[in-house]
Design a protein around this ligand. Sequence first.
Ligand SMILES: *[C@@H]1O[C@H](CO)[C@@H](O)[C@H](O)[C@H]1NC(C)=O
Ligand SMILES: *[C@@H]1O[C@H](CO)[C@@H](O)[C@H](O)[C@H]1NC(C)=O
Ligand SMILES: *[C@@H]1O[C@H](CO)[C@@H](O)[C@H](O)[C@H]1NC(C)=O
Ligand SMILES: *[C@@H]1O[C@H](CO)[C@@H](O)[C@H](O)[C@H]1NC(C)=O
Ligand SMILES: *[C@@H]1O[C@H](CO)[C@@H](O)[C@H](O)[C@H]1NC(C)=O
Length: 450
Amino acid sequence: MESVISDSVLLAFEILLLSCFYLQFGTALDTVTPSESIKDPEFLISQGGVFRLGFFSFANSTNRYVGTLYNQIPVQTVVWVANRNKPLKDSSGILNISDDGNLVVLNGKAEILWSSNITNLVPNATTAHLLDSGNLVLSNGEDGASSLWESFKDASNAFIETMKIGTDVQRGLKVELKSWKSIDDPSDGSFSFGFEPFNIPELVIRNNNKLYFRSGPWNGNIFIATIMKTVYIDGFHVVADNQRQVYYITHEYSRLKYYELDSQGKLVERTWDVGKGDWINMYFTSQTESCVYGQCGAFGMCDLTKQPICSCLKGFKPRNIEEWSRGNWSSGCFRTTPLQCQRDKNNGSEAGQGDVDGFLKLKMMKVPAFPDLSSINNGECKDQCLKNCSCVAYAYDAGIGCMFWSGDLIDMQKFSTRGVDLYIRLPSSELDKGKSNKVIVITAAIVGNV
Ligand SMILES: *[C@@H]1O[C@H](CO)[C@@H](O)[C@H](O)[C@H]1NC(C)=O
Ligand SMILES: *[C@@H]1O[C@H](CO)[C@@H](O)[C@H](O)[C@H]1NC(C)=O
Ligand SMILES: *[C@@H]1O[C@H](CO)[C@@H](O)[C@H](O)[C@H]1NC(C)=O
Ligand SMILES: *[C@@H]1O[C@H](CO)[C@@H](O)[C@H](O)[C@H]1NC(C)=O
Ligand SMILES: *[C@@H]1O[C@H](CO)[C@@H](O)[C@H](O)[C@H]1NC(C)=O
């Protein structure tokens, strides 16, 4: 009850403040210029009133931040923060254009807490403009000149409509979300979310720069084998242009919705519910649906419906049985019987002679990380893999073609409703084992029960 009252009081106060603002200036400003700065508690409002930029605090804290917020909803919703790592300690803050042309946040002692930090700007010529998209753009004022810096390219933890998260390889540009330390501390947390080219582009979440989650390869339509299967119907647009080496994901809806990388490393879809007057959260990536990257080690497979969740692929055993049984699976598994092609090679003969290797088919799988790519047609993937003794697995997707893996297989997950067929190379002696060993397994089970 208390919070409802204080919210509505706050809203009334804000409306009052807004109307004063409008009365005073006719229209609210949406621009910071060398001669017009804003001081706490002033703010800019984008032309259509969608976003505001100004000073704010989180509950239970007197720290002040400069940031972009949704302007037309009653719940404080921050989508970008300038001085996220250096809060103002009082209400003496100023946002202005400094002598060198950068947008800066200053405290009362004129110390710079944050700067757009672009070199070689023309002094006196730059302005910062808050757009209705929520983008804050620094440019050479006149004729909507090209942007010199923009908040959409210096993202915080929020992925709002028309932002582009991704990588422009040639221009050395990377835009990713960075998590906050906690829900009311916007300083750098440990997670980031981006779209990376690899051999085949994937969405990734990193924890302290180490891979934490991968979406599976983009096949031109969906990210195969992930929970982000609704990507193509849900307002998303993905560009993966190998020619120009430009890779990004963006989104646009008819509803008020955005995505946030929370401080636990989960990507949350937030949709505004007018009736409830609050955001509805839905987790896109969560620990209950997705294994952590590489959790089961090399040649280990993760299945969240099993206990324990990690197991070695058929033909492989835990590298460190003691660690493995304690639930530390990071050392992964090793191949118990060498591949036939390997044995042939060691004996000086050409691969393919005598006994050959075969493939174990695993259904509904998230494919391992870092596939090699080939434009070969389906049906030829298997032959192509067999010809090359470094090839330890393959898979096929119509939008991608053949995928091949060499070396360790990392980050495989077994799903119950999605995924692709993954073929694991094994010596035929291992492939035959299943059938002839049944009797032995049954006997062992009976003995175990006594
Ligand atoms: C500005 O950039 C330089 C190097 O590019 C960096 O060392 C410095 O910390 C940055 N300053 C701010 C205020 O971001
Ligand atoms: C431009 O900046 C200089 C200081 O860098 C200042 O003296 C001058 O008044 C400014 N001119 C305008 C038109 O604001
Ligand atoms: C798991 O095993 C690896 C490899 O031996 C080791 O580096 C790591 O510290 C272990 N992790 C835990 C939580 O014990
Ligand atoms: C190599 O070939 C010899 C016979 O030429 C055979 O006895 C041996 O088992 C082979 N080694 C392997 C590892 O297959
Ligand atoms: C064999 O496969 C590896 C890994 O996919 C690849 O790097 C290599 O070029 C292939 N060799 C041949 C001869 O195709």
